[in-house]
Design a protein around this ligand. Structure first.
Ligand code: GLA
Length: 743
């Protein structure tokens, strides 16, 4: 049993081969946190870890005791206002206005497996990835509100999944104003904080700062996890690198407003928390009802950041992504957006599709503009039926022609939004998120539908399901192109308006779930003006996501590299687009655009009917090569061989699960003259295998010798040309792709 309860000491020990997690019932009945880190032996009592000392300027729990203060002990799910002055994990406001509570240990149960969360995304256990769950119940006697703290440990992962359920067994309604998914007090503060931040077009760039006393946080109040911050962060030891050292990471399996913060107190204890953003959150917990927090994941490594990332990649691929596309190689696609924008005809689309087929592309995706009166971004959003002026044969007719060509057919939707100029809004103006008697802000001329209202979800489901059914659609790109403002639902009373942000996301999840279940074979790709909602919550519904609207290869090194810290390559849509690049105007070689897009779900997003025969031949070869190694690119173990913050020369490596194939991408962001003679050590290989190395060049493959795994790991692969002293063919944005194959 990977969860032990020691009755005498009232300690819980969760463990597997990799990690241990220790919880103890404290002397006042609340829960103390003792340890989370590398596996330790199971011992009965670690009471010595709980601080019992007198300190000046401290408030103590009991009238005649100067040793037990919640300020001084490390806790699991701490309250505010009863001797601890740090930010709490929860706050329960009662009918008399008080927020003081006293949740004490009531009991526990150990569950074989991992219960699912109703209406929320979460990791799951299976026979190949079993898990055990500990549920600890605490009760506040006065209000009869219970909290159930849930911890699941997988047999083969260092990651612990946590969530909390509040149950009101009392007679009065209470209001939950804070309910974090996870809180943990780490015993020191010698960490660097790594966050993944950006904006539209430059999402999830890593930022590293030393942890300091006080609060540091990232959050979103946009109704989506956002381009700007990501609900994933790392605390690493200052000396930790990609290949060695300790780090923790937390990830929230949720797509709405979040807060992730660390608070370092005066005794160098680091309180790490993640959950729904308490700002603008107030949930009415009426008698007899429950509130379920989203799931949060916490990971530990002592082997560096690549190891940490790989743990998330494995967990997401094996225990979060679901359905027919789980573990399946993803199709190479062509998307018409950057080829035509709104300016397309059926004829043009067919011409693109025909060309795509010749190049080896497998899926044709029709993007924005096919429905309602949608000729520009000002109209039609919400009217999910084909526009006969554009598509005389409808979606079904077009899909049929595409299918006839031997391609799969995918379609763009933006289900959560509507233009004012749409039949939908003319008929149901009260279905928009809006605050009574206040002006309504617009984004991209569109407004957010109130997915907290069940009838809105029903309406969207029926319309979208009809199109998917009639067209036998194989793939859906689900977009979301603005953040929420003036958030208020006309369908809810005043005292529930603090629930709307969360109810909205629950509505999004519900619509996704219904469509997934009705169309289990469809591959969903989530999108939010690029990567504006790239989070673990979305991966439960859509196994891949459009990583960014910025498809410039050089910018993508930062975006995909940053994203890879928390998310697997199989989740990242990566397209080759035109040069000069539409977003940054940069000119990069087609070879480099391909090499960067290889490390993800490869697609093309440019007008392939306008390219030269030489370019087309190169794309054809690119796709052929990708398909040969696609399962390695999408599902191999991924290594960033260049550390955080090194940007001139970037090396990415994927290694197949059986270690027989490895592929190295070597990217010169800026060329260097008279460069060093460089060797690169290759991790992840089998020491006694002999690998044949070839370089894939646009002009063909070049033999680069053969070496044992041990030589490659210790001596390294020489990645400079023999003529290293000259820059010859290399330029800025030059890249190379090496394939290492066991003989
Ligand atoms: C967003 C998406 C793009 C494209 C457009 C269409 O910006 O990120 O990929 O689908 O919308 O309007």
């Amino acid at each position: 049993m990977p969860i032990q309860y020691h009755i005498q000491s009232q300690e819980f020990h969760l463990y597997n081969d990799q990690v241990s997690y220790l919880i103890r019932v404290l002397e006042n009945g609340q829960l103390g946190h003792l340890y989370y880190g590398a596996r330790i032996p199971d011992e009965a009592d670690h009471g010595y870890l709980v601080e019992n000392t007198y300190r000046p300027m401290t408030t103590y729990v009991s009238p005649d005791d100067y040793s037990f203060s919640l300020s001084n002990v490390q806790q699991e799910y701490p309250p505010y206002g009863t001797s601890d002055y740090r930010h709490p994990a929860y706050e329960v406001k009662q009918a008399n206005g008080s927020t003081v509570t006293n949740f004490t240990f009531e009991g526990y149960q150990i569950i074989n497996g991992k219960p699912q969360l109703t209406g929320l995304p979460a990791t799951y256990a299976s026979s190949s990835h079993p898990a055990t769950t500990l549920e600890i119940a605490l009760v506040d006697q006065l209000t009869q509100v219970k909290m159930i703290l849930s911890y699941s440990i997988f047999s083969d992962s260092p990651i612990i999944a946590r969530n909390v359920r509040f149950e009101n067994h009392g007679k009065e309604t209470v209001t939950l104003t804070t309910a974090q998914s996870l809180s943990v007090d780490l015993p020191d503060a010698d960490y660097e904080w790594v966050q993944f931040s950006g904006a539209w077009g430059r999402e999830r760039h890593p930022h590293v700062t030393p942890l300091r006393p006080g609060l540091q946080a990232v959050d979103s109040l946009r109704g989506a996890s956002s381009h700007m911050q990501n609900p994933f962060l790392i605390l690493k030891r200052p000396q930790t690198t990609e290949m060695s050292g300790e780090a923790y990471a937390v990830s929230l399996v949720y797509s709405g407003n979040f807060l992730a913060q660390a608070e370092v107190n005066e005794y160098d204890v680091t309180r790490l928390q993640i959950g729904i953003n308490p700002f603008h959150f107030a949930w009415q917990l009426t008698p007899g009802t429950n509130f379920q927090t989203p799931e949060a994941l916490i990971a530990y490594t002592e082997k560096g950041l690549n190891d940490l990332s790989q743990s998330f990649h494995r967990l997401y691929n094996d225990c979060l992504v679901r359905g027919a596309w789980q573990h399946q190689v993803r199709p190479v696609l062509i998307n018409n957006w950057e080829a035509t924008y709104f300016d397309f005809t059926e004829e043009k689309l067919i011409a693109i599709a025909k060309q795509a087929k010749k190049l080896g592309i497998e899926l044709f995706v029709l993007d924005d503009g096919w429905f309602g009166e949608r000729m520009t971004e000002t109209a039609g959003l919400g009217d999910w039926w084909p526009n006969p002026k554009r598509l005389p044969n409808g979606i079904a007719g077009l899909a049929n022609q595409i299918h006839q060509l031997g391609l799969k057919f995918g379609l763009w939707f933006e289900p959560e939004m509507a233009n004012r100029n749409s039949k939908l809004v003319r008929q149901h103006p009260d279905w928009l998120i809006q605050t009574p008697n206040r002006p309504q802000s617009q984004g991209r001329r569109q407004y957010v539908l109130d997915l907290a209202q069940p009838e809105v979800i029903d309406y969207l489901f029926d319309l979208i399901a009809k199109v998917l059914h009639d067209g036998q659609i194989d793939y859906v790109k689900w977009d979301m192109n603005r953040n929420m403002s003036e958030v208020y639902s006309l369908a809810y009373p005043a005292n529930q308006q603090g629930e709307i942000f969360h109810r909205y996301i629950l509505g999004v999840y519900q619509l996704y779930e219904r469509l997934r279940q009705a169309f289990p074979k469809i591959l969903f790709e989530s999108c939010a003006s690029g990567g504006g909602r790239f989070d673990a919550g979305m991966l439960y519904y859509a196994p891949q996501a459009w990583t960014s609207d910025d498809s410039d290869a050089i910018e993508r090194l930062a975006i995909q590299g940053g994203t890879s810290y928390g998310y697997p390559l199989s989740s990242m849509g990566a397209h080759v687009s035109v040069t000069p690049n539409e977003q940054v105007g940069r000119l990069t070689p087609l070879n480099t655009r391909g090499n960067v897009a290889y490390f993800g779900d490869l697609g093309y997003e440019l007008d392939i009917t306008q390219m030269t025969p030489a370019e087309l031949a190169q794309i054809k070869a690119q796709i052929e090569e990708y398909k040969r190694y696609r399962s390695v690119f999408q599902y191999g173990n991924f290594y960033r061989l260049t550390g955080l913050g090194q940007a001139k020369l970037i090396n990415w490596l994927v290694v197949s699960q059986d270690q027989r194939i490895a592929i190295l991408g070597n990217f010169k962001v800026l060329n260097d003259v008279n460069a060093p003679y460089r060797r690169l050590r290759i991790p992840g290989l089998k020491a006694d295998f002999r690998y044949h190395v070839t370089e894939v060049k646009p002009a063909g493959k070049v033999n680069r010798g053969s070496f044992t795994g041990q030589e490659l790991a210790r001596l390294g692969l020489v990645i400079s040309d023999a003529s290293a002293g000259q820059t010859n063919e290399t330029t800025d944005f030059y890249s190379r792709c090496f394939i290492l194959e066991a003989e």
